[in-house]
Design a binder for this molecule. Structure first.
Ligand SMILES: Nc1ncnc2c1ncn2[C@@H]1O[C@H](COP(=O)(O)OP(=O)(O)OP(=O)(O)O)[C@@H](O)[C@H]1O
Length: 278
């Protein structure tokens, strides 16, 4: 992937993102309770946990998309008090499976990421179009710019959703399972792009991710959610441990150290000749 002429630079990197005592109830049922996190500016934090643990809900609550108790603070400022435009300039969110208007083109959809920069009666500027074009190029989507969203594959759609979030040029990026629909090459391309932006522009990245080896390759820190509560948090090596993964995922795994010193999580099949537990 060659570097495009227009880098995507967020306006001002942040120093901290904090969540304090977050609680969410949906349909009268507690889905998250007492969840806290703290990410340093420029850090990559991976949120892991079994299905239904509350990972997506945590990101949605941080974006103010579901009602929540507790606080989300960006550089110590409560996100709740920010208007939608200011908040969107600080935090961009790529949902796991958003509804995409089928007739909108890839370029038009990615350009929606520029909305916080366009005045109410104004039109997008040349710079808005240039940022959007640059992001599409970086995500291998330039050739699809005029394609309606309804005609895209699942992986193409997932990259378009990421493109919209990146076009927002926010210093905090919340990504919900950004690689689930992507082939191996595009998984690597997307995560490498996010990592390069993080390192070059000081983005703070918080992502839910099921692939624990991928999470271990990219994240600095990890947060393990189980049944809506914090089960573990800290450096990757402290969270990706065999006992914690066995306890919370009910999975038999082996955690090895890869050539780069980062953990690799492998599923281990139960022995076929072993007697069934009584
Ligand atoms: N709109 C809703 N109304 C009621 N319950 C909901 C709603 N959305 C999610 N839930 C429930 O909240 C819990 C957490 O869901 P969430 O999507 O946050 O989990 P997750 O950890 O992201 O799961 P997955 O790994 O399967 O994507 C689940 O039990 C889910 O059924």
């Amino acid at each position: 992937m060659s570097a495009p002429p227009n880098p995507v630079n967020p306006v001002n990197p942040v120093n901290t993102v904090e969540v304090r005592d977050l609680g969410v109830s949906l349909d009268g049922r507690p889905v998250l309770s007492g969840v806290g996190l703290s990410a340093r500016g420029g850090e990559w934090l991976a949120v892991i946990g079994p299905n239904g643990a509350g990972k997506s809900t945590l990101l949605r609550a941080m974006m103010g998309l579901v009602e929540a108790s507790g606080e989300v603070l960006v550089d110590g400022v409560p996100a709740r008090g920010l208007g939608p435009r200011r908040r969107a300039r600080l935090m961009a969110y790529a949902p796991q499976d958003p509804l995409l208007p089928p007739h909108l083109t890839v370029f038009e959809y990615a350009m929606l990421g520029r909305t916080p920069y366009i005045s109410y009666l104004g039109r997008e500027s040349r710079s808005d179009r240039s940022v959007t074009g640059s992001v599409l190029e970086r995500l291998d989507l330039a050739a699809l710019a005029d394609r309606p969203l309804g005609n895209l594959s699942g992986g193409e759609r997932q990259r378009v959703v990421l493109a919209r979030a990146l076009a927002q040029q926010a210093p905090v990026l919340l990504l919900d399972e950004p690689t689930t629909a992507l082939d191996l090459g595009h998984q690597q391309q997307v995560l490498e792009l996010v990592d390069r932006l993080r390192l070059a522009d000081g983005l703070t990245v918080i992502t839910t991710i099921h692939d624990l080896s991928l999470a271990g390759q990219y994240a600095d820190a990890m947060l393990l959610l189980a049944r809506g509560a914090l089960a573990a948090a800290g450096p990757v090596a402290d969270v990706l441990t065999e006992p914690l993964l066995a306890r919370h995922f009910g999975a038999r795994v082996r955690v090895d150290t890869g050539p780069d010193g980062r953990p690799l999580v492998n599923l281990v099949r139960p022995r076929q000749d072993a007697p069934e537990p009584a």
